[in-house]
Design a protein around this ligand. Structure first.
Ligand code: ADP
Length: 600
């Protein structure tokens, strides 16, 4: 931009100089031309003067000769000779002056011849007169009259003059033209130079303004630069200070060691505090000195490895020794850096001794827990086997007690009094209830843990079957069961049937004053399905939310609602067998929602 302006400025200055030179050249040339025409005019003027001189010289010569001829006074002769010489001298001058004009030369030649002729006549007359032959002289003169010399001379001179006058007029016009051309050229060049000067001045002014603006901007820029440099320097100092502080005041022990000599170069306060060495002690040691001797070889191998993988950040778990000999387990993070022109590594230490100890304890606890769980599972299985065998084996004696009681009632009814019959009735009822409980227990304990009956189960299908099973009950209660599309799951089909059967039957059984409205819904989660079975029944007191899932736990008497308290315990066992869990949310008199999950 700036270069372009300077270039155009230089071009304008060059043009201005060329114009000035051109003005000078043109004016010199024109003035020379002017000079030439002026010289021509002057020359024409002097030719005219000379012509007049010739005329007057001729007249004078003619007069002097005539005077002599009339008076015969010979003293007049020199005068006439003088006049004749003057005339010729004038004619010579005139010839010299008009030598550039052949036409005039020709006329002068004619004039000279005429003058010569005339002079010859006059000289002959003069000679005759001097010889005293006045008469002859007079005749000769008279014969000359016939030739009319004077008129011829005058007419020749007149033509000469008119030619010169014409030339004078032409030259004056030419002179005038040159003058006005010169003026025009001057005016034109003055205008051009004026314009150029204006352009140059404007350009220079603009340039000055721009330069001033540039200078102002430059000064602002340099001020800003200075400010930024100062602020960056301050930032740099602050950040250096910050990093020093971060290093020295870090709660984690840190140090920098020389990668070749393994000598400590810097240690922070936390390292001094944690390891118990003073700073100068640290700086006189190498990192080998804080390792148990048996770990030193591993350390050296690791350093070799680290040097090979130049620049990589390394992590590791090592054993260190404090100054008091206490061993600690540390997690190390080491970065390669350049420090004081040496290849070095900066190490951050995290003492994980307690954590590692905790981990070991946790590991032991987990191990114990796993052992306990498998023991528990074994004992559960044992218990279930026992419950199964017991309930199975109990059936037979119970059936005996029950049938003998029936027999007793039948055979001895009339022989026994009212009270004995009532006791027998209670005993029969009790044995019936016991039979029911034993059957429930048998069903519960039969729910094995094997997955051999697992397969793809369409729950929509399962629920439809349950609804058909309860069709009568649903109709009588005026119940409405709403089902949103249920998924296909990997499960035991019979147990899925039992699960929905128990939940739907409970929802129908524990109905409120309104017609039962039961909703079944499934929500998909990444790893499992969440099912909701909600009703508008009597609801459950939150304090019993856990208890209702325990076997034989009921919240009502048999006279209020039939049942043995096994249904939800079976549900819980089935759900857990499918890797899920079951829980309830409920509000008294508003209804309950049973949630359970099934693994995908
Ligand atoms: P049962 O129905 O034979 O008593 P369950 O194990 O099925 O045994 O239920 C345990 C108890 O939980 C029931 O006695 C009842 O008090 C309560 N319960 C179960 N389902 C519902 C329900 N949908 N609404 C209200 N209470 C319920």
């Amino acid at each position: 931009m700036k270069a372009a302006t300077e270039r155009s400025l230089i071009i304008v200055i060059i043009l201005a100089v060329i114009s000035v030179v051109a003005i000078i050249a043109v004016s010199v040339w024109q003035s020379e031309r002017l000079q030439d025409t002026a010289d021509s005019i002057r020359h024409t003027n002097s030719v005219l003067f000379r012509t007049k001189d010739v005329v007057s010289a001729y007249v004078q010569y003619e007069l002097s000769v005539k005077n002599f001829l009339v008076s015969g006074d010979s003293s007049l002769l020199p005068l006439s000779r003088q006049s004749s010489d003057l005339l010729y001298a004038q004619l010579d001058t005139l010839r010299e002056l008009t030598k550039d004009n052949p036409l005039q030369q020709k006329r002068l030649d004619t004039l000279r011849r005429t003058v010569d002729d005339n002079r010859q006549v006059l000289d002959s007359s003069t000679a005759l007169l001097l010889l005293g032959r006045r008469q002859d002289a007079g005749d000769l003169i008279a014969s000359r009259e016939g030739q009319d010399f004077v008129t011829r001379v005058q007419s020749l001179l007149g033509r000469l003059q008119s030619e010169e006058n014409q030339l004078l007029a032409i030259r004056r016009i030419a002179n005038q033209r040159v003058k006005s051309r010169l003026q025009e050229v001057f005016m034109g060049l003055i205008i051009v130079v004026g314009i150029l000067i204006i352009v140059v001045v404007r350009k220079i002014r603009a340039d000055i303004v721009r330069r001033k603006e540039d200078a102002r901007r430059l000064s602002l820029f340099s001020q800003e630069l200075e400010r930024q440099v100062l602020s960056k320097t301050a930032d740099l100092q602050a950040s250096e200070e910050k990093y020093r502080t971060i290093f020295y005041k870090s709660p984690l022990p840190k140090w920098i060691y020389d990668q070749e000599t393994l000598r400590f170069m810097e240690v922070n306060e936390a390292a001094i505090l944690h390891y118990g060495y003073k700073e100068h002690e640290f700086l006189s040691m190498t990192i080998r000195d804080i390792r148990p001797p048996e770990d030193v070889n591993d350390l050296l191998d690791d350093i070799k490895d680290a040097t090979r993988q130049n620049g990589e950040t390394r992590h590791g778990v090592w054993r260190h020794l404090k100054k008091n000999g206490e061993p600690i387990v540390v997690e190390i993070t080491a970065h390669s850096i350049f420090y004081n022109n040496r290849k070095a590594r900066m190490v951050v230490v995290n003492d994980v001794t307690r954590q590692k100890r905790g981990e070991a304890i946790m590991k032991q606890l987990n191990e114990d827990l796993r052992k306990r769980a498998s023991e528990l599972a074994a004992s559960n299985a044992e218990l279930e086997r026992f419950a199964y065998i017991a309930s199975h084996d109990l059936q037979e004696p119970l059936r005996m007690v029950s049938s003998f009681l029936q027999l007793l009632k039948k055979k001895y009814k009339d022989r026994l009094d009212e009270k004995a019959n009532q006791y027998i009735h209670f005993a029969v009822d009790g044995s019936e209830r016991m039979k029911g409980l034993i059957l429930d227990l048998l069903e519960y304990s039969r729910l094995g843990f094997s997955k051999e009956n697992f397969g793809e189960v369409d729950l929509d299908h399962v629920v439809t079957e349950v609804k058909q099973m309860f069709a009568e009950k649903i109709k009588n209660a005026g119940a409405h069961i709403e089902t949103r599309a249920l998924p296909v799951v990997h499960a035991d089909k019979i147990q899925m049937g039992q699960l929905f059967q128990n939940l739907i039957s409970n929802a129908l059984k524990y109905r409120g004053p309104e017609k039962p409205l039961i909703r079944l819904e499934a929500i998909e989660w990444p790893e499992h399905w969440l099912f909701k079975v909600s009703d508008n029944g009597i609801g459950i007191d939150p304090q019993f939310f856990e208890k209702i899932f325990v076997i034989f736990q009921r919240l009502h008497t048999r006279s209020e609602y039939s049942g043995t308290g096994i249904g939800l315990a079976i549900c819980k066992k089935i759900v857990e067998r499918h890797g899920g869990r079951i829980w309830v949310e409920s509000e008294m008199e508003k209804g309950s929602t049973f949630f359970f999950t099934i693994l995908k």
